[in-house]
Structure formats: structure tokens, C-alpha cells
Design a protein around this ligand. Structure first.
Ligand SMILES: Nc1ncnc2c1ncn2[C@@H]1O[C@H](C[S@+](CC[C@H]([NH3+])C(=O)[O-])CC(=O)[O-])[C@@H](O)[C@H]1O
Ligand SMILES: O=C(O)C(=O)Cc1ccccc1
Length: 254
């Protein structure tokens, strides 16, 4: 059986079968094997991902300011980076993608090069907790903050808010958990059903769940909203939700 989906110029992309056979329990890492299957993995695993990406272009277009920096923090293969690129119509803006996985950044370079667009993209293989941020108008954290240790999230958001110009925006997409035990159970079940509908087996779902348990820490929508306000954003609201995956828009006061 073949699962190659690549056209000649595309980096080789495969179907995600990483958890299909029994594996020894190990924490999930963004290594080369994940990077190879990542477009397939994230599309089949994150409800709403394929809707959120094109909306990042629309939101970027609304909030980008001339002569500013735009950041995609935890850019993986650059899906949100390229959406931002297409929403930026100022040639004096800088677009910067940051990821601390070498395997992701390496493949991201190929996708950026294949995207025929005049705005240069700078890719940094760095920890988003250390990367320099300044003069920002639009910053995206598309399903990345969930991998940052919870105790480090507030200072990162504060650093982003401090680096953002008045009227600028942060797009924050996350897996969330729910205060109500009943809602938590129903939304989790719907997420698993979404994965089953996308061809994942029960074994794949349960092995992946065990692998991400200690590394992807979801918080409630309320926790996210409160912390964004504390960090220095003034308007904070939900613009998208599908099951236990949300996206929030946070605006810096004018
Ligand atoms: N501290 C960190 N510093 C830098 N990168 C990090 C850090 N922690 C995690 N990452 C990186 O954040 C990315 C998270 S995936 C983002 C999808 C993308 N935004 C997309 O729109 O396709 C989401 C997911 O897989 O659920 C990975 O590439 C990590 O290496
Ligand atoms: O697959 C899952 O269950 C998730 O929660 C999302 C996800 C997507 C890609 C890498 C890690 C987690």
C-alpha cells in the first residue's frame, strides 16, 4: 500500500499512522517523524483547523499596520505563517515564524519557498519563550500555547502584549477543557468521534491521548480570557469554536 501524496516539488507528505501499532509509552515530541506527517495529522486531529487557517488571513488583513512586525509563534510547517503572509499588503512589514523543532523549521522553509509571494518570511529555530519580539501588529499562537508549561504562559503573553502596538492583535487558538464535568466528557467524546470519522482507530486515539497527556495542557476558556486581560489586552473574545478547540482574538488598546 502506498500513502505518498506528494507532487514532484512538494516535500514528501505521508498519512499519519504514528500511533497505529502498539508503541511503548513515550511523551509526544515534534520530531522528524511527526514533521513528515504533520499536515495530515493536524487536519485529521484538530476540529476546525481547516477553517481557522484561512480566517487567520482575514484577521491579519484587518489588524496589520504598515512598518510593523508580524509573528507566527510555533509555526510548524508554516500554514498560519502563509495565511498571514497573504493578509499582509504592506511591503515594509516583516513576517517572522518561530519554532523550536528543527525538523519543522527545515520543512517549513520548503513550503515558504514554494509559496509564490513577494513578502519575505524570516524563520527562527528558537524557543518562543526566548525569541525577541518588538513593534508587532499581528501575532499568532495557533495551537502552540497549549504546549508551553502553564506557569510560563502569563509572562509570554505579557511579553507579546508589551511588544504589540496600540490597536494590534493576538490570535490565540487552543485546545480547551471545560469546568463542567459533563461538558468535558461530551466535548471530548465528540473530539474522539471526529478523529474516528477521519480514519483514526481506537488504538491510535488512545495511544496519542497518552502521549500528549503530559505535554499538551488545556485550560478553560475563562482562564485564557482572564490571563489575556491581565497581560495587557483590552478586548478579548471568542471568534471560533469547534468542540474542545477554540480561537480567541485579543486586541491591544488604542
Ligand atoms: N516553546 C516552544 N517554542 C517554539 N516552538 C514551540 C514551543 N513549544 C511548542 N512549539 C511548537 O509549536 C508547534 C505546535 S503545532 C502548531 C501548528 C501551527 N501553528 C499551524 O497553524 O499549523 C500544534 C499541534 O501540533 O497541535 C510545534 O511545531 C512545536 O514544535
Ligand atoms: O490529536 C489530538 O488529540 C490533539 O489534541 C491535537 C494534536 C494535534 C497534533 C499534535 C498534537 C496534538
Amino acid at each position: 500500500m502506498t500513502d505518498a501524496k506528494q507532487s514532484p516539488k512538494q516535500p514528501k507528505q505521508l498519512t499519519d499512522r504514528l500511533f497505529a501499532t502498539e508503541r511503548k509509552p513515550e511523551d509526544f515530541r515534534f520530531d522528524a517523524s511527526v514533521a513528515r506527517v504533520f499536515p495530515d495529522m493536524i487536519r485529521r486531529s484538530v476540529p476546525g483547523y481547516t477553517t481557522v487557517i484561512p480566517m487567520i488571513e482575514v484577521i491579519t488583513e484587518q489588524y496589520v499596520q504598515p512598518g510593523t512586525n508580524c509573528y507566527d509563534l510555533g509555526c510548524s510547517l508554516g500554514a498560519a505563517t502563509l495565511a498571514m503572509r497573504h493578509g499582509i499588503h504592506h511591503d515594509d512589514c516583516q513576517l517572522i515564524g518561530v519554532d523550536n523543532s528543527g525538523a519543522m523549521i527545515e520543512r517549513c522553509r520548503h513550503y515558504v519557498a514554494l509559496d509564490d509571494h513577494p513578502l519575505p518570511v524570516t524563520l527562527r529555530c528558537e524557543d518562543i519563550l526566548d525569541t525577541e519580539l518588538s513593534d508587532a501588529s499581528v501575532t499568532t499562537l495557533n495551537y502552540t500555547l497549549q504546549f508551553v508549561p502553564p506557569e510560563k504562559r502569563e509572562s509570554l503573553l505579557r511579553r507579546i502584549a508589551d511588544a504589540t502596538r496600540p490597536g494590534g492583535a493576538l490570535i490565540l487558538s487552543e485546545k480547551v477543557r471545560f469546568e463542567s464535568e459533563q461538558e468535558q466528557e461530551i466535548q471530548t467524546r465528540l473530539h474522539h468521534e471526529f478523529k474516528r470519522a477521519n480514519g483514526y482507530s481506537d488504538l491510535e486515539i488512545s495511544q496519542k491521548r497518552a502521549a500528549i497527556e503530559q505535554v499538551l495542557i488545556p485550560e478553560t476558556l475563562d482562564t485564557h480570557k482572564q490571563r489575556l486581560l491581565t497581560a495587557g489586552f483590552s478586548e478579548v473574545f471568542l471568534w471560533y469554536q469547534c468542540f474542545n478547540f477554540v480561537s480567541i482574538l485579543a486586541i491591544k488598546p488604542k
